[in-house]
Design a protein around this ligand. Structure first.
Ligand code: 13P
Ligand code: 13P
Ligand code: MG
Ligand code: MG
Length: 369
């Protein structure tokens, strides 16, 4: 049997400079040192980056998904970075390390995680998407377009490996359940669910003809803590490209037309998802607007060749301008919906306290006879 490679992207916000805008170099350096020491023993290769105040550890290895050594390594990197963040009194130092101590894997402990294991193809292009100021449901619309919409992905029509369609694992983050739906046959049922960003979130996508893994999103944390809303989890996703998967340009195409996602200021507003380069992933306007960056790698026996900073292209300039126009438009609504998120999705809210204070002041309104 051919040997499998795993790509694991584990991310956490352990402190910002200043406020929630950016994870500084000092924190990335700490993570870099810790991952460097683990090359050969645990990892094949790694790349450390940040999107806004979230640090992303992109790692390759042969240990499979949910591996204790790999997750323990990421946890240790975030713990050490938190020490520095505390020393520097960075904002929200240790924000995403919810557990006191590491126990097996990072799922449910605070960090977000997207991982996939596969036999490396003769040429294996992968794209790692990293976001800030939004949550994993931000990927519902683009993943639908990439893997189920032939007006976006020409390969669904022209490549015979894809003509059988793709399967989507969809998480119900409120009732903690999962369902698998297949496009194109069940694309209307799929849309009926994933169009509801309050409740449903795509977790994985597989190619239908052979169940080959195609995409994965860091959405377990919300699932594991289902029932109780604990705030936004700035997500990451991994998508495989070319040779029987959508082409790189088909994977990037949905982001040329920005869509509205939950997040932004205080994790409590709808805002446009702006595609940016690594250098521009520093959200400042009203702590946003929400950002997404796309790093393209070629794997070579697990080595990460790259990255190519894929949104650093003039072709995405108009998407950024459009996102800013959408930002102006929706910002003018201030605390009114639809800029403000519905009650169940708010990360910050004073509404329950206001309701308690006002309880005695509400009077029954007489019904018309
Ligand atoms: P592949 O068949 O190599 O995936 O080529 C498709 C392509 O890149 C067209 O843009
Ligand atoms: P983060 O989720 O990126 O830490 O942002 C929190 C926030 O409140 C932004 O206004
Ligand atoms: Mg933060
Ligand atoms: Mg963040």
């Amino acid at each position: 049997m051919e040997e499998k490679i795993t790509i694991s992207v584990i991310k956490a916000d352990v402190g910002g400079l200043c406020g929630h805008t950016e994870a500084p170099e000092e924190l990335l350096d700490v993570c870099d040192c810790i991952l460097e020491e683990a090359v050969d023993e645990i990892l094949i290769d790694y790349y450390v980056t940040r999107c806004g105040d979230d640090i992303n550890l992109i790692m390759t290895h042969k240990l499979g998904v949910d591996n204790e050594k790999v997750h323990g390594l990421a946890w240790r990197a975030f713990e050490e970075a938190t020490k520095v963040a505390k020393e520097l009194k960075l904002y929200g130092a240790g924000q995403d390390l919810l557990a006191e101590a590491f126990s097996g894997n990072v799922r449910g402990m605070g960090p977000g995680c997207a991982e996939m294991e596969f036999v490396e193809r003769p040429s294996e292009p992968v794209i790692v998407f990293c976001c800030d100021k939004t949550d994993p449901s931000a990927f519902n619309l683009p993943l639908y377009k990439i893997f189920a919409d032939p007006f976006n992905t020409a390969g669904l029509v022209y490549d015979k490996s894809m003509i059988g369609g793709f399967k989507f694992d969809v998480l119900d983050i409120i009732d903690n359940k999962q369902v698998t739906l297949k496009a194109p046959e069940e694309s209307y049922q799929l849309l009926a669910l994933i169009g509801n960003l309050e409740k449903y979130c795509i977790k994985r996508v597989y190619r239908a003809k052979d169940n080959e893994i195609a995409a994965v999103v860091s959405s377990e944390k919300l699932n594991l803590i289902a029932g109780k809303y604990i705030g936004k989890d700035d997500p990451v996703a991994i998508v495989r490209a070319q040779s029987g998967m959508p082409a790189v340009g088909e994977i990037l195409e949905p982001f040329a037309n920005p869509h509205l996602v939950p997040g932004w200021m205080r994790g409590s507003h709808w805002g446009p998802l702006m595609p940016v380069s690594e250098d521009d992933a520093r959200p400042t306007r009203f702590d946003g607007p929400p950002r997404i960056m796309a790093l393209g790698f070629q794997l070579s026996n697990g080595r990460l060749i790259g990255p190519n900073d894929l949104f650093d292209d003039v072709a995405f300039k108009r998407a950024r301008e459009k996102a800013l126009k959408m930002a102006d438009m929706i910002r003018s609504m201030g605390p009114f919906q639809p800029h403000r998120l519905p009650e169940t999705m708010l990360e910050y809210t004073t509404v329950p306290e206001i309701m308690k204070e006002l309880k005695g002041r509400f009077v029954e309104v007489e019904k018309k006879k």
